[in-house]
Design a protein around this ligand. Structure first.
Ligand code: ACO
Length: 350
């Protein structure tokens, strides 16, 4: 069976640093609370009206392309993962394509939130292994700061998230480097526990029980995606039931990591580096403890960037390689958990 590999990684972080103290100027929070619960010290915010989700993706993609030793013309397919796209539609994939002059090749947008990069890697892996494409550009990019609630009401969500982008080039491999396997899971039972439901065709108020509650009928036929009532109720922001997310995350992360190792005949001792989705430092530390991993086996950069959802794994992966923490031949596990819930892993021989 032909194999695929990650031939190059790239990342981009906006210049603007927003510290916990900066946030405490606009909402009732503190550096101490945020660091104690999440490990986050600061995050980056993109420059509004200048940068976009796709333009940050372009910068990460350019670095990945250069690191893979190819040119834009060599890319034959684009996969773009984000939950904070430039537009409601079309997706950010075609916008990145336009900026990179790659018109004509396919562009696929995926919406798997924190698992988006690993889902995208799995798709790229299948396309490359079957011989359909030779250079798949996979991008994860998020512009969270545009859509957060900066009042005290939104503090449990807002303090966690930051902006940034990461990218990878996936190519056929004829050496030892390989994507060994990918493992994708989802369970929509708790879909609304971590969600951003408006604007949407549901057209209703946030309802944690998942019951249909059409509270915002605007017109007799159909209705607007965004209604006056939603503005009045301030029902246009992300929603997170933190303790529930924590409970599922610390169960599903270890499961999907072990699934990746065991399905390839490996144990925890064989693992060179775990790159977990940077959800929350406390979640990563919990997972590390449950699995008995050493500090050298788990990479964390959430302290500097916050949670960048679909971008967090490629940014962390690229930084770990850049810092020499992943060496040729190492076994690397990528693992993600997030809204949906969706969770996924990939085992890679670097
Ligand atoms: N600053 C100060 N106080 C706050 C803040 C804040 N930023 N946010 C919430 N609080 C308050 C709440 O209002 C509440 O006050 P109350 O007791 O007076 O009502 C109190 O702190 C506790 O609130 P909880 O939401 O129960 O906070 P918890 O202790 O669970 O911590 C946290 C919240 C850090 C989000 C935690 O639930 C957690 O780690 N959850 C995991 C979810 C997560 O990390 N998600 C990341 C994104 S999702 C993903 O990527 C998978």
């Amino acid at each position: 069976m032909p194999k695929s590999k990650i031939a190059g990684l790239g990342y981009y972080l906006p210049e603007k640093i927003v510290t916990n103290d900066d946030l405490s100027q606009v909402m009732d929070t503190s550096d101490e609370w945020i660091q104690e619960r999440t490990g986050i010290k600061e995050r980056r915010y993109a420059e509004k009206h200048k940068e976009t989700t796709s333009s940050m993706g372009v910068k990460a993609a350019e670095m990945a392309i250069a690191n893979a030793g190819i040119t834009n013309e060599d890319v034959d397919f684009i996969i773009f993962a984000t939950l904070s796209p430039d537009y409601y539609f079309p997706g950010s994939g075609v916008l990145l394509q336009r900026q990179m002059n790659m018109q004509g090749i396919g562009a696929l947008d995926i919406r798997n939130q924190c698992s988006g990069f690993v889902y995208g890697l799995s798709i790229a892996d299948q396309f490359v292994k079957t011989g359909m494409y030779k250079n798949v550009l996979l991008v994860g990019s998020e512009f969270h700061s545009m859509g957060l609630d900066y009042s005290t009401r939104g503090r449990n969500v807002t303090v966690i998230f930051g902006d940034g982008a990461g990218a990878a080039i996936i190519q056929p491999s004829d050496g030892d480097e390989a994507i060994l396997s990918t493992h994708l899971h989802a369970d929509g039972t708790n879909a609304e526990v971590l969600s951003y439901i408006n604007p949407g065709s549901h057209g209703g108020a946030h309802d944690p029980e998942g019951q249909e509650k059409y509270e915002y009928p605007d017109q007799e036929f159909g209705g607007a995606f965004i209604t006056q009532k939603m503005w009045e109720n301030e029902d246009l922001y992300p929603h997170m039931e933190g303790p529930t997310v924590f409970k599922f995350a610390v169960k599903k992360f270890p499961e999907v990591i072990m699934e990746a190792l065991q399905s390839n005949g490996y144990t925890i001792d064989d693992l060179g580096m775990l790159i977990p989705h940077q959800a929350n430092l406390r979640i990563s530390q919990f997972v590390q403890r449950i699995l008995g991993l050493s500090d050298d086996q788990v990479f964390s950069n959430i302290q500097k960037y916050g949670n960048t959802t679909a971008a967090s794994i490629p940014i962390a992966f690229a930084e770990a390689v850049e810092q020499g923490k992943i060496k040729k031949g190492d076994l690397v596990c990528l693992a993600a958990f997030g809204s949906g819930f969706t969770w996924a892993s990939a085992l890679i021989r670097w």
